[in-house]
Design a protein around this ligand. Structure first.
Ligand code: AMP
Length: 280
């Protein structure tokens, strides 16, 4: 495990000098099969795989779950060793944001929709930490999950606009066998809340069926998704968005490639899920 930035840069420089490709998977830990899918993609395609575990304080708002975000470093380390990851980068908060820290990067426009609307400062925190991690780890390829569809688009914009020398690799969303999108936050759910949480993937599935059967009105689809959550205790919809998957502009009619994205608070956890309607 590497905790210091100086050491991580030395390791990365030495790997690059040996002409080895570096794959990088940034995470906030509490690893599950979704993370492991990203890691496996890196192990398959790169000479060396670096995984970071860092619960990034700058992407949490004042009323969010930074303090209670699940942390389980020891079992994460065991999983990473069993998977064959070469390097774990696990810096402290002070190492990443020493006293007097003052620099942030922000992707405009696409950061302002969906999660950016309800989580002020979230993407600014994400892009700042991802840029810092890229500068420290120096990866050739970095792997991100489509579970966080908007985050991926924001990171792609960061890389393109700032001319970063890293290829962003998209990895499809990984679900539990019953359809629930895997998330570190699922472990906060009681068994009742977990049942309620299934409404995210079930409502998306139903939406896809309705669209296949000919519904094109975004409002009708959005209403059918909303129905799934009506009357469910401890459940609050943050947003249901039916939009362009690149610009995140809302659509009235489902024509062309479309993203349906949901954020719903279920008990203590804010959960997200999405699906893509391919052009038809
Ligand atoms: P996190 O630790 O939640 O910040 O996630 C770290 C990386 O894992 C991000 O690129 C996420 O998009 C990805 N990820 C998390 N959950 C899943 C999932 N269920 N399927 C695919 N990727 C995921």
């Amino acid at each position: 495990m590497v905790s210091s930035i100086v050491k991580m840069k030395e390791v990365s420089e030495s790997l690059r000098k040996q002409n080895l490709t570096i794959g990088f998977v940034p995470t906030m830990g509490c690893l599950h099969e979704g993370h492991l899918k990203l890691i496996k993609r890196s192990l398959e395609s790169c000479d060396q795989t670096v995984v970071s575990i860092f619960v990034n304080p700058t992407q949490f708002g004042p009323n969010e779950d930074l303090d209670s975000y699940p942390r389980q470093l020891e079992s994460d380390i065991e999983r990473l060793e069993a998977t064959g990851v070469d390097i774990l980068f696990h810096p402290s908060k002070e190492e990443m944001y020493p006293a007097g820290y003052k620099t942030y990067v922000q992707v405009q426009n696409i950061s302002e929709h969906l999660c950016g609307k309800s989580r002020a400062g979230f993407f600014k925190g994400v892009t700042t930490v991802v840029l810092k991690l890229f500068n420290i780890v120096g990866p050739h390829n970095a792997f991100f999950g489509e579970k966080d569809w908007q985050q991926l688009a924001v990171i792609e914009a960061l890389v393109e606009d700032l001319n970063l020398d890293v290829a962003i690799i998209r990895v499809p969303l990984v679900r539990e066998s019953d359809g629930l999108a895997m998330s570190s936050r699922n472990r906060y759910l009681s068994s009742q809340e977990r049942k309620t949480a299934l409404s995210l993937s079930h409502s998306l599935q139903e939406a896809q069926n309705n669209i296949r059967r000919g519904t094109t009105s975004a409002k009708a689809i959005s209403n059918s998704i909303r129905q799934y959550f009506l009357g469910k205790e401890g459940c609050e919809i943050d947003y249901i968005s039916i939009c362009d998957p690149e610009s995140f502009k809302e659509k009235e009619q489902i024509r062309g490639r479309t993203l349906i994205a949901l954020a719903v608070k279920v008990g203590p956890s804010r959960l997200i899920d999405n699906c893509i309607i391919e052009e038809f």
